[in-house]
Design a binder for this molecule. Structure first.
Ligand code: UDP
Length: 341
């Protein structure tokens, strides 16, 4: 297989570092990570360095002149673009941060990339582009479902998608894969003496995500948690989401690199196509960690849809991606072991 020269933006972050890990461990591609370290971690970079050598550039994508310089001097053929702001409530309070960090910086990255004759672009989008579906179809939400984001985060990603698509329409040399992530969770599946010992995981402070919060409760770092709404139109009344293990999501990106060598640009949902309720997730966390912690009932969070479940037929049939960790217990356990590390 040809050796590629790959740029990973946001490679010190949660999902980016899992992709970097797989690229370093399972390929010989030349890897450069670009990250401003605002939420990415140097500890993660140190761990990645023990796997194989890579280049690291500390840079904020808002530094347009320097971004152009990096792209003009490195001869990358593929960009995997993770660097972004990702906190939904913050995006409501500070929309311009999201439109600048996500949409504007992505647009500039593509401008500099195409000026430098980059051929392939792999982009982290989100199920938040689907907004608040009034009803989830029986087979889940597919890629043709109406996109109607209900917050600036989702809209900043949808606008970026459009920039990417329009660029590819006008420039036949430029191809893309856009992934719309459902609920990403868990940590590096790595075993030492048969014990699950994640080397990297989610380090972002002030977590808002369910599995991260439940794992903090299980380790005792957090005293209690709340269920945001138990009167949704779901089986047990709590919100239902499609949780995908971060290593499975990462493997989809590795597949996308090769996919784009032979195939046309496309958009893929990334999820397991199966939903779990908040109650089921909390029960699973308690069970696999053999812990108990206080769980209160609280009001619904603004803008939370009742259920978001992917239809993942397209990624399975067109990209031939198949998950290896489709197991809520393993997702919870890996999140816990990372938190406990
Ligand atoms: N949730 C909850 N308590 C928490 C965090 C999340 O009940 O402390 C619920 C949330 O309302 C939603 C689901 O868990 O139904 C997943 O939320 P998360 O923030 O993890 O992801 P989202 O789907 O909002 O991106």
């Amino acid at each position: 297989m040809a050796q590629l020269n790959i740029l990973i933006t946001g490679g010190a972050g949660y999902i980016g570092s899992h992709v970097a890990k797989q690229l370093l461990e399972t390929t010989t591609h030349n890897i450069t990570i670009l990250d401003n370290l605002s939420t990415g971690s140097t500890k993660t970079l140190d761990t990645l360095k023990t796997m194989r050598e890579f280049n690291f550039i500390e840079l904020d994508l808002k530094e347009f002149a320097q971004v152009a310089d990096v792209l003009n001097t490195n001869n990358f053929d593929t960009i995997i673009h993770f660097a972004a702001s990702i906190v939904v409530p913050e995006s409501v309070e500070n929309p311009l941060k999201y439109y600048m960090n996500n949409t504007v910086n992505t647009t500039n990255l593509i401008k500099c990339g195409t000026d430098a004759k980059i051929k392939r672009f792999i982009f982290s989008s989100t199920a938040a582009v689907y907004g608040e579906p009034s009803e989830v179809p029986k087979d889940g939400i597919d890629e043709n479902y109406l996109t109607l984001p209900i917050n600036p985060y989702g809209m900043s990603k949808l606008m970026s998608e459009r920039v990417i698509q329009d660029t590819a329409l006008a420039n036949k040399e430029f191809k893309f894969v856009i992934f719309r992530y459902f609920n990403v969770a868990g940590a590096d599946i790595n075993y030492t003496d048969d014990k699950l010992t994640p080397r990297i995981g989610q380090s972002f402070p002030n977590a808002t995500h369910l599995i991260k919060i439940a794992s903090e409760c299980a380790t005792g770092k957090r005293e209690k948690m709340a269920i945001f709404g138990d009167d949704f139109n779901t089986l047990d009344g709590t919100g239902v989401r499609d949780y995908i293990h971060v290593d499975d999501l990462a493997s989809a990106h590795i597949k996308a690199i090769d996919y784009l060598l032979e195939n046309d640009s496309d958009i893929f949902n990334a999820g397991y196509g199966r939903g779990y309720s908040v109650k089921e997730v909390i029960e699973t966390m308690k069970k696999v960690t053999n812990t108990n912690f206080q769980v209160d009932n609280a009001a619904r969070r603004a803008g939370d849809p009742a259920a978001l479940i992917s239809n993942n037929t397209k990624i399975k049939t067109k990209m031939h991606w198949s998950p290896n960790h489709n197991d809520l217990a393993l997702i919870c356990q890996s999140a816990f072991e990372w938190e406990n590390y």
